[in-house]
Write a protein that binds this ligand. Sequence first.
Ligand code: TSJ
Length: 649
Amino acid sequence: MSEEQKMQEGIGEYTADQIQILEGLEAVRKRPGMYIGTTSLRGLHHLVYEIVDNAVDEALAGFCDTIEVELNKDGSVTVADNGRGIPVGIHPKAGIPAVEVVFTILHAGGKFGGGGYKVSGGLHGVGASVVNALSEWLEVVIRQDGIVYKQRYENGGHVASKLEPIGTCRKSQTGTTVTFKPDPTIFEETEFDFETLKTRLRETAFLTKALKITIRDRRGEEVKETTYHYEGGIQEFVTFLNRSNTPLYDKVIYIDGTVNGVYVEVAFQHNDGYSENTLSFVNNIITPEGGMHLTGFKNATTKCFNDYARKNKILKDNAPNLTGDDIREGLTAIISVKIEDPQFEGQTKQKLGNSEARTAVESIVGDKLVYFLEQNPQIAKAICDKALLAQKAREKARTARDNVRRANMLDNFGLPGKLADCSSKDPKQCEIFIVEGDSAGGSAKSARNRETQAILPLRGKILNVEKAREEKIYANAEIKTMITAFGTGILSNFDISKLRYDKIIIMTDADVDGAHIGTLMMTFLYRFMPELIRQGHVYLAQPPLYKVEKNKKTWYTYSEDEQKKLMNDIGQDGARIQRYKGLGEMDWEQLWETTMDPARRVLRKVSIDEDTASLVDMTFNILMGDKVEPRREFIEANAKFVKNLDTIG
Ligand code: TSJ
């Protein structure tokens, strides 16, 4: 920006320092992706996490035990803590109040005082200034020494009012309150999703023992509020994750300690299932790709259980070692480390690189687990016995997996009989509907566009892969059929280039059973072909709930709210209302126009929430034709759900 332009914009009286600041914030606005990863819904939520994480730092430092998050009617968010309050004194180098430094200088977070573990690296820890830069306006209120201070910024971080005292309060009543409204010219969407925020804040509460987090949604007619407070920390997190499973033993094993400045906390418990659910965190941030801390945990547990099993003759002298996978079958675990200078690695910067984290976890878990197993021989035996069974099953599973692979190599010749394939051989054009039930499958076959739409009817509920051993999974007819139809193979054998359809669309009844089947399908895909979800190939179809006819016109509605609204608009009199209990009640023409026609249908895209380890299904609308407007309203009002992987029953 030239000096002349600056004058025109009324900022001519800025000092050189201030101009530098504004150029910093302007850089954030020019390339938001560099600072928050994305300007999608995910990036929008990152703004909240960024501010909350700053308050959590205050809690980790031991000065705050309550955080409140509020979604306001005007689209802004308020985050408040009862900590010391961001310092208001003049920053010696910058010559402005320290709080103004925090909100206007890039990477200024936590540069003064405090010490301890700071949330930083990855997409996080970019500082409150980034949030300010990406906000229409932001206000900070600080309570300190009996005085209430306030400052306001506008239009991407420009100072709108100096920091000034606006009142008094009790001396004991300290804290920081930040309210900001994300800039709609930056973000694709600016509507926060209550469920997404709840999931992440619950996780933060689990990870920060004794911190109380309240989230309140004031946007609707009635205020919704939830409080998370876990004295047991990650131990309670494991109990929560295992809540729909049967634990193999009563205790949740908990180990903690500090080595070389790395604070390590580990909690775990096995269930009677077969899949592993291990989540790792660094400074409260999830590391979806693991890293050194996870490696340390795996090394320590593998060695420990093998040593124990040998020593106690559970493992015969000539038997091969238990593998880590054997030992972790049915394991639910949390590994949480706090480290001063975390280094994130890998393509997506989601993997902890600090090798001191590995040695710390290894030595702490190694030492204390040996002791725990000696003190709790029944638990130790239960885990070793389960691992032995896993070892035996592993051999069988390999054979079964090989058979599935071989079946896949048959390629087109081996396509399952129940599949009504499409004629196009260009995967980019093709989509496959996985349909619940034979009768709906029949309607879908009649309705489809034969060139581009394939139909695969599934009979009954599909196998819950969380509750079945690997070899049984490969023996399951429905699962084999899907694997063959998709063409990609599974697990380490997965090859996205062999995908036969661009869209995999799960189409189930709009009822509880349908939702359950959808969840089971998503679980299967998440466990065996997660890349399909990551790369955006998995969708949920959205069939209508009601058909309304009046004065020779027809409407379809997709939720109770939308139905209510429609009846309000057109009136009850003379309206014929049909409630669809399932896809089977629709004839093929209705199924086509409401659910399958690419020009008119609504699809929800399934994604993995990399910030919380849960599956999210996001609304995705491919809408054309003349019904766009009412539908869009509906989508905006009802769209987003969070489905925790861990709620799968
Ligand atoms: F993100 C943020 F900066 F906007 C923000 C910071 C938002 C919220 C809701 C809270 C906070 C925050 C910061 N809460 N508490 C603090 N604490 C400090 O900044 C602080 C206070 C005192 C001292 C000290 O050494 O005396 C040091 C620090 C870092």
